[in-house]
Design a protein around this ligand. Structure first.
Ligand code: ADP
Ligand code: MG
Length: 657
């Protein structure tokens, strides 16, 4: 079962416990430095035949500071009746000391604490990468109070207050533009590099930059509820959720560490039993123990996955957990919702037709539009909004409608001026009004077909009188295909996606036209919302790993059914944040190949990291068993591979697609 009810409200305010704070990190670094100084003092004094007290004091400092965190960690784990790598390292260092190799032990502790500090730095960096976003937001707003601009800390600004931004200003809070016009650079939130034009009524977000024009903005969310704060919380939460590879490694740590202890004991016991001398045998066993320790294996996954999540966050792509980064790598089929995803969702009414010979022979096009707008004023559908907008643009009088009802995926009806008015597609008139006699249906359906062949989504408008329904006319709409849709589909194919599908409630002909235009393989049209879910299920059956891309508002069930649900335009809606696995804060289609590309790149990085980690272990262990290597070399090989996988993982922070 996948955990889907992650809500924003209970997102943790603080970062997860494991996160090393800056001051802790500084202390760790100081300890590493002291370990180095102690180790060098011990070594130099020994070489120069200096006073033994000084030599032992040096090594003492190295052991105490180098072993401090390791010992703390080992004891904590032992309390839970478990063993970990920390214990392995401490035992190995003490073992080296006990056979008169204090330098080797000190060096082990030095490199072990150094690589731990580097790991903490790497993980902290990938966690903090996203935090820098909120730091970019000003902490004061210029609020209008009684017509005067007053500078107020953002925590004291209330919903409904109005603040002012000038060109070049960063927006302190989320809101709606009340007056003014300008362009806003939303890259910090959505990763979209092209500035977005904003005018009265448009939604704007804190942390974005006003480029041109002065805007007066009414606050819609308090500072702590802002979209950018949500993004940061969600990224932090995602980073604390483990990816499957990491869960596997976590499960294996304990038996592996026990195995290394067993191997070490065997490496001592067997040669001794065979009559070998103790010191040499013990030294070799300690070398073996260090070489076989899985530090690099353990850091290999989080270093990569956390960096990938942070990198996404900075591009306005929110992975809801490490698991989804790994899933993104496997996707081989992608399903797109049409309206608002492949198209811009700015549906426009293009044509109004009155049927010849309609019951009401005085009905004008404007009259028809005004009746339709009366019904549609009650609907949230994009066709409805386009109808209402068209009526408003023509300054038509629109009556009040009563007893509104909608039939999902088919149409709507309501009483306007005492008469039941129906607006819907073919299926509405066939199934909903199945038995009623419908006057003018034939010519109406013919016209729908012609309009649809032109790529226009069309509906019939009809009125009911004494149980008889009569078609008044029809309305046609278009929606602009996003200009970058075709390019995005190409990119998906070059990433290895085999099958691309479009799902829509719209008509087959209209859908097919758009599919041909952007290069989609399969069209599933005239789907009811529940049929979208069934279609996704069938796709998952066939392709196993299917991503669904939608706007998250009416596609929520399909997003939840897909292997990977990707919601677009998440900055404005909480619904998308809740139901999808990956949320694109903006509306930029190019982020979909980015998601799959980042997943694939992360998987490659994981493979390389695991190969380095296990490769180093296998190489060293076999060399030790065959001919032996000095302990310092094993230490360097062991810690070197650990640092290498950390750095390799961090490279994902710079992934741009
Ligand atoms: P989509 O989001 O792909 O447009 P929907 O399921 O929302 O899919 O709608 C499918 C079809 O149902 C529309 O193309 C239209 O024909 C009809 N329909 C749905 N709602 C309405 C409405 N309010 N007015 C007119 N037709 C509607
Ligand atoms: Mg839709």
């Amino acid at each position: 079962m996948r955990d889907r009810d992650v809500s924003i409200q209970d997102a943790p305010d603080a970062a997860p416990d494991e996160m090393t704070t800056r001051s802790e990190l500084r202390r760790e670094a100081v300890f590493v430095g002291l370990t180095l100084v102690g180790m060098v003092t011990g070594l130099a004094t020994g070489w120069l035949d200096g006073p033994p007290v000084l030599m032992w004091a040096g090594y003492g400092v190295a052991y105490v500071f180098g072993g401090w965190y390791g010992l703390k960690g080992a004891i904590q784990t032992l309390r839970h009746r478990a063993v970990d790598i920390d214990l392995l390292m401490i035992v190995a260092a003490l073992g080296a000391l006990s056979i008169g190799a204090p330098f080797e032990g000190a060096m082990l502790l030095f490199l072990f604490s150094l690589s731990n500090t580097l790991q903490h730095y790497a993980i902290g960096r990938s966690r903090r990468a996203i935090k820098s976003l909120v730091e970019m937001r000003p902490d004061e707003a210029k609020v209008l109070r009684d017509g005067e601009e007053v500078t107020v800390p953002i925590d004291e600004v209330a919903v409904g207050d109005v603040f002012v931004v000038r060109p070049g200003d960063k927006l302190p809070l989320d809101g709606v533009v009340r007056s003014g016009e300008g362009t806003v650079d939303q890259a910090s939130l959505t990763g979209e590099s092209v500035p977005v034009p904003k005018a009265a009524g448009d939604e704007v977000f804190g942390g974005t930059i006003n480029e041109s024009g002065s805007l007066e903005i009414e606050v819609t969310r308090q500072a702590h509820e802002s979209a950018i704060n949500h993004l940061i919380h969600m990224v932090e939460r995602a980073q604390s959720e483990k990816a499957p590879t990491q869960r596997l490694i976590d499960r294996l740590e304990q038996p592996y560490v026990l195995g290394v202890f067993g191997l070490t004991i065997a490496a001592i016991a067997i040669p001794i039993a065979l009559g070998n001398e103790f010191t040499g045998t013990f030294y070799r066993a300690m070398t073996l123990m260090v070489a076989a320790s899985p530090c690099a294996v353990i850091i290999s996954t989080p270093a990569a996955v956390l960096s990938a999540i942070a990198s996404g966050g900075r591009q306005g792509v929110l992975f809801k957990g490490g698991e989804h980064v790994e899933t993104a790598a496997r996707i081989d089929a992608v399903a797109f919702d049409k309206t608002g995803t492949l198209t811009q969702g700015d549906t426009q009414l293009t044509d109004v037709f009155v049927r010849d010979g309609t019951v009401d022979d005085t009905l004008s096009e404007e009259g028809l539009l005004s009746i339709a707008a009366a019904v549609q004023a009650r609907s949230e559908h994009h066709l409805a909004r386009a109808t209402v907008r068209a009526a408003a643009d023509r300054a038509l009088d629109v009556a009040d409608a009563e007893r509104f009802q909608s039939v999902a995926g088919k149409g709507v009806k309501a009483d306007v001026e005492g008469q039941t008015t129906h607006i819907g597609n073919r299926s509405y008139f066939a199934t909903v009004l199945g038995d009623a006699a419908i006057d003018g249906l034939e010519p109406g359906l013919d016209r729908l077909e012609t309009l649809e062949a032109e790529g226009k989504t069309s509906v019939l408008v009809a009125r009911e009188r004494h149980g008889e329904v009569s078609v008044l006319g029809w309305l046609a709409f278009t929606d602009t295909v996003r200009p970058d849709a075709a390019e995005m589909i190409d990119e998906l194919r070059s990433l290895g996606v085999e099958h691309i599908v479009m799902l829509t409630g719209d008509n087959e002909r209209v859908a097919q036209r758009i599919a041909d235009e952007v290069g989609i393989d399969e069209v599933q049209a005239e789907l009811l919302p529940e049929e979208k879910v069934a279609t996704i299920e069938a796709l998952v059956e066939r392709h196993e790993n299917v991503a669904m891309v939608g706007d998250g508002v009416n596609d929520a069930p399909a997003l939840a059914t897909a292997t990977l649900g990707i919601a677009m335009g998440g900055a404005g809606t909480d619904v998308a944040l809740d139901t999808a696995d990956v949320v694109l804060m903006g509306d930029d289609l190019s982020k979909i190949p980015y998601v799959l590309g980042l997943g694939r790149k992360t998987r490659r990085t994981l493979t390389i990291n695991l190969a380095i980690a296990f490769g180093a272990i296998a190489l060293m262990v076999s060399t030790i068993l065959l001919r032996g290597i000095p302990l310092p070399l094993a230490v360097i090989g062991h810690e070197g591979s650990t640092v290498l996988v950390s750095l390799n993982g961090l490279r994902l922070l710079g992934y741009r697609g």
